[in-house]
Design a protein around this ligand. Structure first.
Ligand code: FAD
Ligand code: DHB
Length: 391
């Protein structure tokens, strides 16, 4: 068989790319190695930038987001005995929205089915071929065990950090950059109304803590832990006690409401960028090309921004034969990727305890600067609420 674009990976990047290409009149085949319910149920990101929300709305997949998403005008930054609101809306005129990756994934899966384009879930043995020629192909085995070979004009590698697309690029044709952090997050989802109206990012001598949310009745909370932390060492009571201490329970009358924990996992923290984001007929987007630590909520937003550029570039290439946007894709996408990479590293370094007292003093100074200087706060706000697509 033949199609215009084979998209590998049905995460937010692959699903949104398939939707945007469909709207441009470009045909695609979507391949995913997991089952749809598994992809839909993965608890990951939850905070959307201003331009992500605009893009989903313009693409016709923003209705439920508009009804159920919660607009936040800023965040709280906290250190012992002090909690300060950073008001993005008044600093840079932009907001952010709480709306889970699970919900975006569900909305995009429905749009893909409605468009009637072909998707294969639970595939195996995905392999990419002839990327440096004019007619690349992707082979895979479908859920029933039948082998397939799909010829195409372009392959989009949206298969996340562990997928095969990036690894198909010869070593001499790419360069990677990265950092592993000496800490991780323990993330929990709880059936309890959030104890805050907007997110709290807290520096605490025991370690970072964050209070986020998914809806008016579901809270999402995180604790800094060691990278090799065993979740079994964290019964629910210990989690709520650590969260209460680190988030300042009792301070100025504020209380953290505990509730039933429904999901618990440890997330590793790393920065990683693979360049360039194109090799011949293969284009990478999202986590396939870059990973950020979660502090600052950039992972999903960077994936969306990549795909916004890539869909336009592929439409120009495949419909009009104009290669200019495709030729510029990697450099344009990487400008934003490096901005997000720096911002995530900066937020991570400001908020996580290393055990070194000098680091702690510098962190304190940086936090004081952000909460006291409107220009420092505006820098944080501009990056957090997100630069315009095409920055
Ligand atoms: P993914 O969502 O990883 O999608 C890639 C898809 O490719 C997956 O569905 C995968 O199953 C599929 N795939 C892989 N291999 C193959 C193969 N061989 N064949 C076919 N398909 C394949 N970001 C935030 O901003 N905030 C957060 O709180 C946050 N928390 C996170 C928690 C976790 C545990 C993880 C892993 C990530 C988190 N992120 C967070 C990052 C954010 O979720 C990602 O940046 C986002 O999912 C990127 O989307 P993507 O489509 O590029 O990649
Ligand atoms: C969430 C995760 C983040 O990393 C972040 O900075 C903000 C919110 C979340 O999962 O809700």
């Amino acid at each position: 068989t033949r199609t215009q674009v084979v998209i590998i990976g049905a995460g937010p990047a692959g699903l949104l790319l398939s939707h945007l290409l469909d709207r441009e009149g470009v045909e695609s085949v979507l391949l995913e190695n997991r089952a749809p319910e598994y992809v839909r149920g993965r608890i990951r990101a939850g905070m959307l930038e201003h331009s992500t929300v605009e893009l989903l709305g313009d693409a016709g997949v923003g209705d439920r987001l508009g009804r159920e998403g919660m607009e936040h005008r800023g965040i709280y930054l906290q250190f012992p005995h002090e909690r300060h609101h950073i008001d993005f809306h008044s600093l840079v005129g932009r907001s952010v929205w709480v709306y889970g990756q699970t919900e975006i994934t569900g909305d995009l899966m429905r749009a893909r089915s409605a468009a009637g384009q072909q998707s294969y879930y639970e595939v195996s043995d995905v392999a990419l071929h002839d990327l440096d020629g004019d007619s690349p192909a992707v082979t895979f085995v479908d859920a029933d065990g039948s082998p397939h070979r799909v010829h195409c004009d372009v392959v989009a590698g949206c298969d996340g950090f562990h997928g095969p697309a990036r690894r198909t690029i010869p070593d001499g044709a790419r360069r990677s950059f990265g950092r592993e952090y000496p800490y991780a997050w323990l993330g929990v989802l709880a059936d309890v109304a959030p104890s805050t109206d907007e997110l709290i990012y807290a520096w605490h001598p025991e370690g970072f803590a964050m209070h986020s949310m998914r809806s008016p009745s579901v809270s999402r909370l995180y604790l800094q832990v060691d990278p090799d932390e065993d979740v079994a060492e964290w019964p629910d009571d210990r989690i709520w006690e650590a969260l209460a201490r680190r988030l300042g329970d009792g301070q100025d009358g504020w209380r953290l409401k505990p509730g039933r924990i429904t999901d618990k996992s440890v997330l590793p923290m790393r920065s990683f960028v693979s360049t360039p984001m194109r090799y011949g007929r293969l284009f990478l987007a999202g986590d396939a090309a870059h990973i950020v630590p979660p502090t600052g909520a950039k992972g999903l937003n960077l994936a969306v921004a990549d795909v916004a550029l890539l869909s336009r570039a592929l439409a120009a290439l495949l419909r009009e034969g104009d290669p200019r946007l495709a030729d510029d894709y990697s450099a344009t996408a990487l400008r934003r990727v490096w901005r997000g990479t720096h911002f995530s590293w900066w937020m991570t370094s400001m908020l996580h305890v290393t055990g070194d007292p000098f680091d702690a003093q510098l962190q304190r100074s940086q936090l004081e600067w952000v909460v006291r200087s409107p220009s420092a706060a505006a820098g944080l706000a501009e990056n957090y609420a997100g630069l315009p697509i095409g920055y």
